[in-house]
Write a protein that binds this ligand. Structure first.
Ligand code: ADP
Length: 172
């Protein structure tokens, strides 16, 4: 039997956006099993807790699996990315490319990961032009200033963002 091809899509997902979901929709066509690795990333002081981020990713990605596409599992990791990829038996790391600004960082990361493990390849996918410009960071900035985030995230995630900013405004 052929070995199943496992892909790893890592990120902070604070929160998951339509850009992430577009990349996941593409990635499930390329591998048999897609693991979405939600990084704890305390250094980025996430707006949502790890559990909240995982919960949102699980909910949003549930409809994207199955029917000849990959299985999707959502897990957390706080180790070195390449070690985590080895642990779960991934042969492919999936990253999304937005603007040229992502390129430098991604280029360095791939070069380093190639040194650490020669068997694991990184592939870059581009989101549809409608979603390419979306980043969790700007979504949070827009939300914090009372802007409408419904163009960038699902209705459910938009509601969670609004809740979170309302709590913050009340000083909770
Ligand atoms: P990280 O902390 O790794 O930047 P993110 O959650 O911001 O985590 O992003 C995870 C991955 O998804 C990264 O490869 C990022 O470039 C990609 N990504 C995020 N938003 C988009 C988008 N709108 N279009 C394409 N790729 C995206």
């Amino acid at each position: 039997m052929l070995k199943r091809r496992v892909g790893l899509y890592p990120g902070t997902f604070d929160p998951v956006t339509l850009g992430h979901l577009d990349i996941i929709t593409r990635a499930v066509k390329l591998v048999d099993d897609l693991v979405i690795g939600v990084a704890t990333n305390p250094s980025k002081s996430p707006l949502f807790s790890l559990e909240e981020r995982i919960g949102m990713v699980k909910h949003e990605t549930a409809p994207l699996a199955g029917d000849g596409r990959a299985t999707i599992t959502v897990q957390t990791f706080d180790t070195l990315l390449i070690k985590y990829a080895e642990q779960i038996g991934a042969s492919v790391i999936v990253r999304g490319l937005r603007a040229v600004s992502d390129f430098e960082y991604e280029f360095q990361m791939v070069a380093m990961n190639q040194r650490l493990n020669t068997e694991i390849e990184t592939v870059f996918l581009m989101a549809s032009d409608r979603y390419q410009f979306i980043s969790s960071r700007f979504v949070k900035e827009i939300g914090a200033l009372g802007g409408d985030v419904s163009h960038f995230v699902s209705k459910r995630v938009a509601a969670r963002l609004n809740e979170r900013f309302a709590e913050r405004a009340k000083g909770r």
